[in-house]
Design a protein around this ligand. Structure first.
Ligand code: ATP
Ligand code: FE2
Length: 328
């Protein structure tokens, strides 16, 4: 019997449960997402949502995978980074499940999990990850025993920028996919700040400038197009520089914004020009999901990681490079 892990994700909007075996076959990957009526996400409301949703999701995942919970070998959960109340809710669920089943529990770094699932389900072996989601924007790669951050946002995540812009323009959450549709009909490149500082990027200036242009009457199509062109060019630039520095011929996309076809096209073009390869996991493994937590937890377990319940305290600011990568 291959080892089986169940993973619970719950760092932000999404609570997800995945079941994965040791060959990275995804047996189940179910999730539920809080959609704020208006404004941004409220951490405690999201945590209440996760608390209600998590047990039914665990049952649903086990049904889909056609397993008994007793068949599991490892219980993993997202230990951070993320919103405190959400993290504590899923950690509590994971502890209860692990203790009931008498199975080991493993806390997983969410950002590392985005990279590991990409390595698990694509042919990428040692890629530079461009991790672009709502709250996170990082360029990550493996170097000297750890996943290290080579560049990141200095203010808000790219997805938050897209969602906030959309919200201010009266569009529903999540704004990223809606803007992608508008952008297809845009044809004028409006001037927006291109903020790359060394290996880091910044997006709040672009948000302010785009909203000002909207007030002056610029069309949604041209604005969405211009935001995508400028923001994605910034991301492509820093990703390429990390690849050049590391002499690395693989780029992997992860995070919800990685579903964007224009971003894929731009990074893909950059990779082609360098003779490198780009990898994009299926959409439901790009967004926040339980399968990536299960898979990473299983790898950690096989790499000898063991945690006592006392080690499972959540870490809202869990840095990618805090994790000693013992499993590769
Ligand atoms: P975290 O930062 O904790 O990973 P998250 O919950 O925002 O948080 P994801 O589920 O990975 O993470 O991503 C959601 C984000 O992805 C939202 O900001 C959404 O607008 C964006 N997104 C989803 N699809 C697209 C798309 N096609 N184009 C652009 N952005 C998209
Ligand atoms: Fe994420």
């Amino acid at each position: 019997m291959p080892l089986l892990a169940l993973g619970i994700e719950g760092t932000a909007h999404t609570v997800g449960v995945g079941i994965v075996d040791e060959t990275c076959r995804v047996l189940a990957n179910v999730y539920d997402m809080v959609k704020p009526e208006k404004g941004g996400i409220h951490p405690r409301e999201a945590a209440n949502h996760h608390a209600e949703a998590v047990v039914p999701l665990i049952r649903k995942a086990a049904d889909l995978a056609a397993i008994d919970l007793g068949d599991l070998d490892v219980v993993a959960f997202s230990q951070g980074p993320g919103l405190g109340p959400c993290l504590r809710t899923v950690a509590t669920a994971a502890r209860a499940l692990a203790l009931t089943l008498h199975r080991p529990i493993i806390g997983v770094n969410h950002c590392v999990a985005h990279l590991e699932i990409g390595r698990g389900v694509t042919a990428a072996k040692d890629p530079v990850l461009l991790y672009v989601s709502g709250g996170n924007t990082q360029v990550i790669a493996f170097a000297r025993g750890r996943y290290r951050v080579f560049g990141e946002t200095l203010d808000i995540g790219i997805g938050n920028m897209l969602d906030k812009f959309a919200r201010e323009c009266g569009l529903p959450f999540p704004g990223g996919p809606i803007l992608e549709k508008f952008a297809r009909d845009g044809n004028r490149l409006l001037t927006l700040p291109y903020s790359v500082k060394g290996m880091d990027v910044a997006f709040s200036g672009m948000l302010t400038a785009a909203l000002a242009l909207r007030k002056q009457g610029a069309s949604m199509e041209d604005l969405a197009f211009s935001i995508q062109e400028v923001a994605f060019a910034m991301l492509t630039e820093v990703t390429e520089r990390a690849m050049a520095h590391l002499d690395n011929g693989e780029v992997l996309l992860g995070g919800g914004v990685a579903r964007n076809k224009r971003l894929q096209e731009m990074v893909g073009r950059m990779a082609l020009d360098r003779g490198a390869a780009m990898f994009v996991p299926p959409g439901d493994l790009c967004i926040d999901n339980g399968a990536m937590i299960a898979w990473t937890g299983l790898q950690m377990y096989r790499g000898g990681v063991r945690m006592a319940v006392a080690d499972t305290i959540v870490n809202q600011r869990y840095r990618t490079d805090e994790v000693a990568v013992t499993w590769r």
